[in-house]
Write a protein that binds this ligand. Sequence first.
Ligand code: KMH
Ligand code: ZN
Length: 267
Amino acid sequence: MPVAITVAPTGPVATTADNPSLPTTPEEIADAVAEAYVAGAAVAHIHLRDARQRPTADLGIGRRVMELIAERSPILVQLSTGVGLDVPFEERARLVELRPRMATLNPCSMSFGTSQFLNPPDGVRRLAASMRDLGVLPELEIYDTGHLEACLRLRDEGLLPERLQFSIVLGVRGGMAATADNLLMMVRRLPADAIWQVIAIGRSNLELTAIGLALGGNARAGLEDTLHLRRGVLADGNLPLVERTVALARDLDLTIADAREFAAELG
Ligand code: KMH
Ligand code: ZN
């Protein structure tokens, strides 16, 4: 199977004070996504920001970003329903009304750094049901073993598609540590037909992305996951991070999926 690369250009936490090349306006986000598409990304994982760079679930901003992205390329849009830690769950959940191709579904609440990431069980079930009803494919973000079990229960209840798409998130304080052992343990527990990628946050981004590719996973790249290209060297935008991941995959003799191929695999 060709490898699908997701670009995650913005994320919920960093600002341009952390990395001046972080895209935050709709135009900047769409430009970053267009460049990433040309470099080989098939999916764009999108967080929205307001004019003061704060994470937002504003439907108008979401619509604008999706329009600008669609004008520039056929990349598959995956809207984050995680949005940002201070945005109430019910506001975040409404973003699926914009009917992106995919949206994140975070199955459980957890500590997240010094804050908390609230995903209450009844809200998660409602969000999964509305994704199913609107035809929005869930990208399941699992930060711990119990999150996988919660997803399998949702599938058994008919709230998720039969074939599941997971992101194994490593390196968030409050979730699994970014170690190869943790990644291998999670990969072994996934359903055999699962589509999956690693989301490696912070210092171990490069190593764990490489291990995920070598194990047969897809990959994600972008300033949401690391602000640095090398230790101590800020990435000058998302493009170098996407190009690095494409090169890594090619060095492993893997081929890169385009958006159309990955859409067909998702069904
Ligand atoms: N940055 C991720 C670890 C989501 O997009 O739904 C958390 C997140 C979740 O942003
Ligand atoms: Zn995200």
